[in-house]
Design a protein around this ligand. Structure first.
Ligand SMILES: [Mn+2]
Length: 324
């Protein structure tokens, strides 16, 4: 028996199905056991649950290399490395402050591609109806559009905090499904509030950002994470917000496992520091997208994705009391 960081004897295996409480991080051999996100309980029961982590294994909307349908699986696997205690430099256990479960994956019929946006929206609706918020693991970035439709039904237009190498607002007047145009549709549909949205890490051209403020990659390198935090907080203010993190925001040196890499991106340190400074924002939910393990090296991209989700949980719970 080995003690966890807070002195509990909770070493064991397969906590994803054997744990009797949804609260608290659990120690388990990293290399074995049933893989849920952060060793949380696998459950379709969302009564009294604050956060449902769910996979959206969809990659039919990519413009270049496919493979993100395997993203949820590898991010769960990488998260096993983080389940032993608070993520440095945080000092609290986020799972003592929020009830979090792994809700499994969205059921997607690849054979009926035009039905998939509605399938994803319905899946997220099912989570939000229970009063939980969602953390979605992609999947390509298109999934964020149907996810945000579900959120906008409840909160109105959302301030979007968007980490990415690409703006994903390229103009597209038709209803094509594409992972580079969905935020054009999001703004035109009125589910994204451009005036209070911010895109961080951009390093591709787009002549019309649709009124969304960019803190592009060069700006972040020149000004540093501290100023990025101040700007993002100022832009979003107290508006209801949604966080979407495309792993290609990171430089390919830090996240090679993705379909459309662009050099000159953020370091994991910069991204983690910026994200960690957004605790004052009223985030209603988040997603982590575009992790494609086929192009990864030593699972570093999957680990970055899992770590940034954990940072989100740490950041969101920093000022909450322990429930257990
Ligand atoms: Mn993207």
């Amino acid at each position: 028996m080995t003690k966890s960081f807070d002195g509990n004897n909770n070493w064991g295996t397969d906590h994803a199905i054997t744990r009797d409480s949804v609260y608290g991080l659990r120690i388990e051999n990293t290399h074995s056991g049933i893989l849920s996100f952060l060793r949380t309980k696998y459950s379709k029961d969302l009564n009294d649950i604050d956060v449902a982590v769910t996979g959206i294994p969809y990659d039919l909307a990519v413009t270049n290399r496919p493979g993100t349908r395997f993203g949820p699986r590898v991010v769960r696997e990488a998260s096993a490395q983080l389940a032993w205690g608070p993520l440095f430099p945080w000092e609290h256990d986020p799972l003592k402050r929020l009830a979090v479960v792994d809700y499994g994956d969205c059921d997607i019929d690849q054979g009926n591609p035009h039905e998939i946006p509605k399938q994803i929206e319905d899946h997220i609706d099912g989570i939000l109806e229970k009063g939980a918020s969602s953390i979605s693991i992609g999947g390509d970035h298109f999934i964020t559009l149907p996810i945000m439709r579900a959120y906008a039904k409840r909160h109105g237009p959302l301030a979007m905090v968007h980490f990415d190498a690409h703006s994903d607002t390229w103009s597209e007047e038709t209803n094509r499904i594409d992972h580079g145009t969905m935020f054009y549709h999001g703004v035109k549909e009125g589910i994204i509030d451009p005036e209070h949205s911010v895109q961080i890490g951009i390093r591709t051209h787009n002549s019309d950002p649709l009124g969304i403020k960019w803190l592009d990659a060069n700006w972040v390198h020149e000004n540093g994470p501290g100023k990025a935090i101040a700007e993002a907080n100022k832009i979003v203010g107290d508006h209801p917000a949604y966080l979407t993190f495309d792993i290609d925001c990171l430089d390919p040196a830090f996240a090679p496992g993705t379909g459309t890499p662009v050099v000159g991106g953020l370091t994991t340190y910069q991204a983690r520091t910026i994200l960690g400074g957004l605790g004052g924002i009223d985030f209603k939910g988040m997603d982590m997208v575009e992790v494609a393990p086929q192009y990864d090296v030593g699972d570093v991209t999957a680990l970055a994705g899992a770590t940034l989700i954990m940072d989100y949980l740490q950041m969101r719970t920093k000022n909450l009391p322990d429930k257990v």
